[in-house]
Design a protein around this ligand. Structure first.
Ligand code: HEM
Length: 127
């Protein structure tokens, strides 16, 4: 009898990106990274459940028996403990956020001295 690997909710949450995506359906863990492109319902609906429990969504659609059979191809192990219902971190990488903040403060950083210079020039010219 072969042992089935088990994964905790925390481990599953680590796999929540397009390049590495796990979902939970009925207490089983699936690595659907390679299936994203092939999903007849589109990748967006699967991405929405990246790293979390997708059982309800999977059942709500009323997937066919073929779809249920397909699940087996992506099975990697059983869920241990509670299924995650959300991913703790934002899907936007930290670097991106930092980059955007830097950019906006950068443009203000230039605008303020320019405004001061213009005001000084205007003062010198007209007073
Ligand atoms: C590994 C997991 C999944 C597999 C293997 C799978 C498989 C499939 C398959 C084979 C179909 C074609 C219709 C059918 O045979 O039922 C389908 C359609 C669809 N799936 Fe999935 N699916 C998965 C996960 C999900 C999830 C998590 C959602 C979330 C809502 C979802 C939403 C849909 C939708 C909206 C359609 C289109 C239904 C339609 O156009 O009638 N699927 N899926």
């Amino acid at each position: 009898m072969s042992e089935v690997t088990t994964y905790t909710g925390e481990q599953i949450q680590q796999h929540a990106t397009r390049e590495d995506i796990w979902i939970v359906v009925h207490g089983k863990v699936y690595d659907v990274t390679k299936f994203l492109d092939e999903h007849p319902g589109g990748e967006e609906v699967i991405l929405e459940h990246a790293g979390i429990d997708a059982t309800e969504a999977f059942e709500d659609i009323g997937h066919s028996d073929d779809a249920r059979d397909l699940l087996k191809d992506y099975f990697i192990g059983d869920l241990e403990g509670e299924a995650p219902t959300s991913v703790p971190h934002t899907k936007v990488p930290d670097g991106d956020v930092a980059h955007r903040q830097k950019q906006s403060s950068g443009s203000w950083g230039i605008l303020i001295p320019v405004a001061v210079c213009v005001a000084l020039l205007a003062y010198k010219l007209y007073v």
